[in-house]
Design a protein around this ligand. Structure first.
Ligand code: AHR
Length: 332
């Protein structure tokens, strides 16, 4: 994974995944913009996206691309198709092209130190966006902009505790986890488990990855319905997996939202529609609209200004009634 391939081959391979936004700058960048003629030069950002696995991801890509255009930042956009090795190749290519700043949303938490050291040695600042890495050396990146995923898992658990506060019966839960090894899967699972763990009536009977996709969510829920005779609650780490699971539940002749209560995370339009329709019971918001803050941070780090080590996204939660009110003006 950390082996260096010849740079020319890497740059060529990467070009295949670049979008129209990602035109190569004709002149290599020299790093920090200091003033005079350099001050007018467009900042070049290399951005490595996880993929297009969910409605959330599509909205996040749009937010980043639109914000870059608005801020006058040239974006070299690369889609990793949910593979860490593609992100490592993209990051190396950005270093080789001497972009002014690298931003990326790491598909998994571990295994980034080598490539991040290469960026640091080349004096190219790195911004983590949406997801964190687990590197002990925090000097390898300037800041991390994104949600508090542990808090999101806790909010999901708190709704469940409240919903069943008057019941003494056991509550059987199945869990659809996000991509294995990713920060949102690890943290949402931990936050949820911490809150429900305070009451022994809550039991997670099955927990498996659905890779944040609708298709996998359906497939795994189909299997849960066969292996677990009585399911009271589904906790899905994102809307897309929850929506796939709804298809499986309906296919099994059960009523989602009633026979099986469903909690999801994200609050994208399709999820909010299912919530308003009574098929989902509660959604914890995770905002994908990170573009404007990301461009603002990028402008600052390129100028050498101090930025906070952590920028946490503001988020809310939605009940079925709140979803009906919010839907008409929902942006994504
Ligand atoms: O990292 C954010 C998560 O990634 C979103 O909750 C999920 O939908 C996406 O794929």
């Amino acid at each position: 994974m950390s082996k260096r391939a010849p740079l020319l081959i890497l740059a060529g391979a990467l070009a295949l995944t670049m979008t129209a936004c990602g035109q190569t700058s004709s002149e290599p960048s020299t790093g920090a913009v200091t003033g005079g003629a350099a001050a007018d030069k467009k900042i070049v950002m290399g951005f490595s996206q996880v993929g297009a696995e969910s409605g959330w991801r599509t909205a996040n890509t749009k937010s980043v691309q639109e914000a870059a255009e608005k801020a006058g930042i040239q974006l070299k956009f690369s889609d990793a198709q949910q593979k860490q090795q593609n992100q490592i190749k993209a990051l190396r290519s950005f270093v080789q092209q001497r972009v002014d700043v690298i931003a990326f949303s790491p598909v998994v938490e571990s295994g980034w130190d080598t490539v991040l050291k290469e960026a640091k040695n080349a004096n190219i600042p790195v911004i983590l966006t949406d997801r964190a890495v687990d590197s002990a050396d925090t000097s390898l990146y300037k800041t991390f902009l994104g949600s508090d995923f542990v808090e999101e898992g806790k909010k999901a658990g708190q709704w469940l505790v409240e919903e069943y506060k008057d019941s003494k019966d056991p509550v059987t839960i199945v869990e659809l986890q996000g991509t294995t090894g990713s920060a949102p899967a690890n943290d949402r699972k931990a936050g949820f488990a911490e809150v429900i763990g305070a009451d022994s009536k809550f039991k997670i009977a099955a927990s498996q990855t659905g890779d944040f996709t609708r298709a996998k969510g359906k497939e795994v829920m189909d299997a849960f319905l066969k292996s677990t005779p009585k399911i009271d609650v589904l906790f899905a780490h994102n809307d897309d997996m929850g929506l796939g699971a709804i298809e499986a539940i309906e296919g099994a002749g059960k009523v989602p939202g009633k026979d099986i209560k469903i909690i999801t995370i994200d609050a994208v339009k399709d999820g909010m529609q299912a919530l308003a329709d009574g098929k989902i019971n509660y959604i914890v918001e995770c905002s994908p609209l990170l573009g404007p803050q990301l461009m603002d941070l990028a402008g600052k780090v390129v100028k050498g200004e101090q930025v906070p080590a952590r920028v946490v996204t503001e988020e809310t939660t939605f009940t079925q009634e709140q979803a009906k009110e919010a839907l008409p003006s929902r942006q994504y």
